[in-house]
Design a protein around this ligand. Structure first.
Ligand code: PMP
Length: 345
């Protein structure tokens, strides 16, 4: 990444545009009377627009993750962050990005939506990166490489040396999607932000923090990358209720750690129970809050469970995932129901 310059990656129209300046851009100045934003004046706790830069949430995240607030941008779920990254750095109809299937489906959806070519570099059979293949697919218009670690739907963490090779040998932006990092035994790549100017790390409060419903995605990158994304984000992309709820949850460290610990324990018991079923051919290693398993007839098991009112994810149609099912770790009671149902099949 010697000659990586973010300036060369910014989409031309983004480079030339001035951002929308919101009424609350000067939020830090406290006034007596706010008659600037055409809000309804009667207080109900949500009649005001939210802080566009989510100062309080970022300050708390900064304490937890030991990352300066200037290196963060928050979004309406990490899905919004991923979309912002496409729109900031890729020229529709010209540029391309690389992803590594089987992986999270939104990279493909967002590439399609933004009219960006998606190149696939299929993982190896044990779900590691084929680094040589990734590097060989890069051309002058390749802007972003999306890596997901721990990967969805496979569950495994991508080895550090493989990601490092992609970061150093490519001249592209490298997005590491760490939606499941809190469940993993390996550390986050956020500690390497200073080392790699082309690194973007995405995380979320939807998984380990148990707040998929409020939609809060986290993105960590260089201050230059963050300022480009800030320029194009919708002014009030993280609403008041989300900011408030996130702050409460981020302050409840014990609640977070207790539930995380229970999910990790359940993950291990679930593996033991699954491994005793004759039709389970393989349980893939997981650093996430789910197991990917290979079975004899995935469609059949999937449908039978549905009949019993239990929904899991059928991943058969993805490359390398023939006859696989992805099972999220639930509460002890839910997991027991699943295992009982599977035993009866
Ligand atoms: N990345 C990965 C790998 C995911 O699995 C998911 C959700 N399933 C997301 C991102 C989206 O997360 P969010 O809820 O923050 O939009």
């Amino acid at each position: 990444t010697k000659d990586f310059k973010i300036e060369n990656f910014i989409r031309t129209n983004v480079q030339n545009m001035a951002p929308y300046s919101s009424a609350r851009d000067e939020f830090t100045k406290v006034a007596d009377v706010y008659l600037d934003a055409n809000e309804n004046p009667f207080e109900n706790g949500i009649n005001r627009y939210p802080d566009p830069y989510q100062k309080l949430v970022k300050e708390r995240l900064s304490e937890i993750k030991n990352i300066p607030t200037q290196n963060m941008i928050l979004g309406n779920g990490s899905d919004e962050i991923l979309d912002l990254i496409f729109r900031a750095f890729c020229e529709p109809k010209e540029d391309n990005v690389i992803c590594t299937p089987p992986t999270y489906g939104m990279y493909k959806v967002l590439a399609g939506l933004n009219d960006i070519e998606l190149k696939n570099s299929v993982l190896t059979v044990d779900f590691n990166l084929n680094v040589a293949d990734i590097l060989s697919q890069i051309d002058a218009n390749t802007k972003i490489i999306f890596l997901c670690s721990p990967n969805n739907p496979t569950g495994n963490i991508i080895p550090e040396n493989q990601i490092e090779e992609v970061l150093t040998k490519s001249n592209c932006l490298v997005v590491i999607d760490e939606a499941y990092i809190d469940f993993a035994s390996s550390p986050s790549w956020t500690t390497k932000l200073e080392q790699y100017p082309n690194l973007i790390v995405c995380q979320t409060l939807s998984k380990a923090y148990g707040m998929a419903g409020i939609r809060l995605g986290l993105c960590f990158a260089s201050t230059k990358i963050v300022s480009v994304l800030n320029k194009i984000k919708p002014p009030y992309n993280v609403n008041v209720l989300t900011q408030r709820t996130a702050l409460e949850a981020l302050n409840d460290v014990e609640g977070y750690e207790g539930k995380l610990e229970l999910i990790l324990q359940e993950r291990e018991s679930m593996r033991d129970a699954l491994s005793e079923l004759s039709f389970v051919k393989k349980i893939y290693p997981s650093d996430a809050n789910f197991w990917l398993i290979k079975v004899e007839d995935a469609n059949n098991i999937y449908n039978k469970l549905l009949d019993l009112g239990i929904v899991i994810r059928n991943r058969c149609n993805q490359v390398l995932c023939e006859n696989t099912l992805r099972i999220t770790i639930g509460t002890p009671i839910e997991n027991e129901k699943l295992i009982q149902a599977l035993r009866k099949l």
